[in-house]
Write a protein that binds this ligand. Structure first.
Ligand SMILES: [Zn+2]
Length: 137
C-alpha cells in the first residue's frame, strides 16, 4: 500500500505538490495552528531550527559556504560522542559551534561545525580555534 502511494506520488509529483500548496494557501489558519502545536511539542528542535536558520542567513549574507545538512550534523554529534568539542561535557544541550566564526568568514559547513555547549561557545566568541584551546588550558 505504502509502496503504491510512493509510486503514485513519484509519478504525479508536480500535481501533488501544487495540490498541497493550494490546500495550505486556502487553510493558512490550520497550517499556522499545526505549526504552533508542533513547535510547542518540540522545543529543542524548534530552538535548533531557529539557530541553524540564523546561521544559514548570516553565512549567506557573508557570502560564505552554507552546506551543512541535518544528517551531517547528526554524524558530527556521533563523532564527538554527543559531547562539547572543547571541554568534553556531555550533560548539556549542544550548539552548532563554528570553528572559524562567521565573522572571520568561516562557513556553515560540516568541516567548520563542532558541537559545543553554551558557555564554551560564548567564551570562544568570534575568535578562531586557537582561542578556544587557550581558554581550555
Ligand atoms: Zn565545552
Amino acid at each position: 500500500m505504502l509502496v503504491q502511494k510512493r509510486g503514485f506520488y513519484a509519478a504525479n509529483r508536480e500535481r501533488e505538490r501544487a495540490r498541497v500548496y493550494t490546500w495550505k494557501d486556502l487553510n493558512r489558519d490550520i497550517v499556522a495552528a499545526m505549526n504552533r502545536s508542533w513547535r510547542l511539542r518540540h522545543p529543542d528542535r524548534t530552538r535548533e531550527l531557529g539557530r541553524s536558520h540564523r546561521a544559514i542567513r548570516r553565512a549567506r549574507l557573508n557570502g560564505t559556504a552554507c552546506t551543512l545538512t541535518r544528517s551531517e550534523w547528526s554524524a558530527i554529534l556521533e563523532v564527538f560522542d554527543y559531547r562539547c568539542a572543547y571541554c568534553l561535557r556531555g550533560d548539556v544541550y549542544l550548539h552548532q559551534e563554528h570553528v572559524w566564526p562567521l565573522a572571520l568568514s568561516g562557513g556553515y559547513t560540516a568541516e567548520n561545525i563542532v558541537p559545543s555547549w553554551r558557555d564554551c561557545n560564548v567564551r570562544k566568541g568570534a575568535h578562531g580555534p586557537l582561542h578556544a584551546i587557550a581558554c581550555a588550558a
